[in-house]
Ligand binder design. Structure first.
Ligand code: GTP
Length: 269
C-alpha cells in the first residue's frame, strides 16, 4: 500500500490495527459504565454519526477512526467495554489515554456504578498509571429528561470530586454534541502528549531506537510514537470475549470489514 492509498482508508475501521498510520498522533479511549447506559451507542454515534437501538451486551469491541482535529489527523481508538470488564481491568487500564465513565441520567444505580469505575481509575493512577490521563464522566440519555433520576448538579459534583471532566449528552440526537465531547477530550490528551514531547525531546537515531530506548520509561500514550509495532497497537482482548469475535484482529487482512459485529441496528440520526 503506498502513501496515497493509505489516506483513502475509510475513516471508520472496526477494530483496525493501524501500522499504516504510525506517524499520526494516537489516542486510545476506553468507555466504562453499567449495562445499558449507552457506551455502544455513544461509540457508534461518534464513529458513524448514527444511533443504534439494538446491541449485544456481552460483546466488547474496539473501533478506530481517523479524525481531523484542528487541521491535524489523529488516530482515535475506542474500546467499548462490556459490563464484565471490571473483572479484568488491567487490560484497558494500561491501554487507555482517557477514560469515559458513562452513566444514564435516567438511572441512579448506573450513577452509583459509575463511581466504582471512577474509583478504579483513580486507584490505577495511584498505582503508576498516568495521572494526566483525562478522566471523563458522562451523563448520557439527556433526551429522556422526563425520566431523569440524577441531577446535573450531582453529576458535576461527582466529577469535581474525582477531578474528572463532566458532560451530559445523548447518543440519540444531535451528532455535533457527541462530537464536541470527543473533541474536547482529544485536545486534552493531545495537549498532554505535546507537553511531554516539548519537555523531553528525543534525539535518537532511528536505527538505534528499538534497541536503545526503554519503551516502558515513556508515558503509555507516547510509546506508539516511538516504536512502530503492529502488535503493540492491538488492544488487549477480554478473556470474556467469545472465541469467534476476532473481527478486529482480522482487520489488516480484510479491509472490507463488516461494519459491526454486535448485530447493531443503525438508524440515521
Ligand atoms: N433515548 C436514548 N437511548 C439510548 C441512548 N444511548 C443508548 N440508548 C439506548 O439504550 C440501550 C443500551 O444502549 P447501549 O449503547 O447498548 O448501552 P451499553 O452501555 O453499551 O450497554 P452494554 O453493552 O450492555 O454494556 C439501547 O437500546 C440504546 O439504543 C441515549 O442517549 N438516549
Amino acid at each position: 500500500m503506498n502513501a496515497a492509498t493509505e489516506r483513502k482508508t475509510p475513516s471508520f475501521l472496526l477494530g483496525a490495527t493501524t501500522t499504516q498510520f504510525t506517524s499520526l498522533p494516537e489516542v486510545n479511549i476506553v468507555l466504562l459504565g453499567a449495562l445499558g447506559v449507552g457506551k455502544s451507542a455513544l461509540t457508534v454515534k461518534y464513529i458513524t454519526k448514527r444511533f443504534i437501538s439494538e446491541y449485544d451486551p456481552d460483546l466488547e469491541d474496539t473501533y478506530c477512526k481517523i479524525e481531523v482535529l484542528d487541521q491535524q489527523e489523529v488516530i482515535v481508538r475506542l474500546m467499548d467495554t462490556c459490563y464484565k470488564e471490571r473483572r479484568e481491568p488491567d487490560r484497558y487500564l494500561k491501554w487507555a489515554d482517557s477514560f469515559f465513565v458513562v452513566y444514564s441520567i435516567t438511572s441512579r444505580p448506573t450513577f452509583e456504578y459509575a463511581q466504582k469505575y471512577l474509583d478504579l481509575v483513580i486507584q490505577n493512577h495511584r498505582n503508576g498509571g498516568n495521572p494526566e490521563c483525562p478522566l471523563v464522566l458522562i451523563g448520557n440519555k439527556v433526551d429522556l429528561e422526563r425520566y431523569r433520576q440524577v441531577s446535573k448538579l450531582e453529576g458535576a459534583t461527582c466529577a469535581e470530586k474525582y477531578d474528572a471532566v463532566f458532560f451530559e449528552t445523548t447518543a440519540a440526537e444531535d451528532y455535533d454534541e457527541v462530537e464536541e465531547v470527543f473533541h474536547k477530550v482529544l485536545r486534552l490528551v493531545l495537549q498532554d502528549q505535546s507537553r511531554f514531547l516539548s519537555l523531553k525531546p528525543l534525539y535518537i537515531a532511528e536505527d538505534k531506537m528499538a534497541s536503545n530506548l526503554n519503551r516502558n520509561s515513556l508515558p503509555r500514550n507516547l510509546r506508539s510514537h516511538i516504536i512502530a509495532s503492529s502488535n503493540s497497537k492491538l488492544p488487549p482482548v477480554s478473556k470474556d470475549r467469545k472465541p469467534d469475535e476476532k473481527s478486529f484482529l482480522l482487520m489488516d487482512r480484510n479491509p472490507k470489514f463488516k461494519l459491526f459485529n454486535k448485530g447493531f441496528r443503525i438508524f440515521q440520526s
